[in-house]
Design a protein around this ligand. Structure first.
Ligand code: ITT
Length: 192
């Protein structure tokens, strides 16, 4: 297995995954295969969305591929924003507005527990596999740090005092939802 398409249009995801994937594996993004349209993401679950993206690319571009979907699940908000993580504060997918909404919705609540959940869906020759990674933590009262992307400045992983946005990429990868899911993917690819 030398070629695999990472079915994502998010360059941050490619950057993080590339640090963990074997260099022998040539990972291409959607742009590299000429896929510039928006890939549908309409499932009510994170796993469903991951599979939907991978199936779309496998069926339309006839390439072995993997995709991932990630959601932030906040305990006191019954798992919100979950599948709506990217669009929590609206279609503009604005990370500042998203973080502000999460903080505002937690105002006055003592339970700030949350988790990031990533599901990677892999399709090889039509066979489907999924790999999950979960990072537990808490939602900060205000943004901290400038590294990473998305909700990183307000997510403090369990056992740490700093947010994901105050860590290097390597430190985040070591404990993150995506790091865990990608390591499971790599272990599986090793067995092929
Ligand atoms: P795809 O092309 O792969 O779908 P996307 O950016 O649309 O890329 P998602 O649908 O998975 O990704 O949206 C996930 C949301 O969660 C989005 O708002 C991200 O900024 C955020 N997110 C994902 N991974 C994150 C991480 O490691 N740290 C912080 N925020 C993250």
């Amino acid at each position: 297995m030398k070629n695999l398409v990472f079915a994502t249009s998010n360059p941050n995801k490619i950057k993080e995954a590339n640090d963990l994937l074997p260099t022998a594996l040539e990972v291409k993004g959607l742009k590299d295969i000429g896929c510039t349209e928006e890939v549908p993401e309409t499932s009510p679950t994170i796993q469903g969305n991951a599979l939907q993206k991978a199936r779309y690319v496998f069926e339309n571009y006839k390439v072995n591929c993997f995709s991932e979907d990630t959601g932030l699940e906040i305990d006191a908000l019954d798992g919100e924003p979950g599948v709506y993580t990217a669009r929590y504060a609206g279609e503009a997918r604005d990370k500042e507005a998203n973080m502000a909404k999460a903080i505002a919705n937690l105002e006055g609540k003592s339970d700030r527990g949350a988790q990031f959940r990533t599901v990677i869906a892999l399709i090889i020759d039509g066979k489907e596999y999924t790999f999950e990674g979960i990072a537990r933590g808490t939602i900060a009262h205000q943004k901290q740090g400038t590294e990473g992307f998305g909700y990183d400045p307000i997510f403090i992983p369990a056992g740490y005092k700093t947010s994901f946005a105050q860590m290097t990429q390597a430190e985040k990868n070591e404990i993150s939802h995506r790091g865990q899911a990608v390591r499971k993917l790599v272990a599986f690819l090793d067995t092929l």
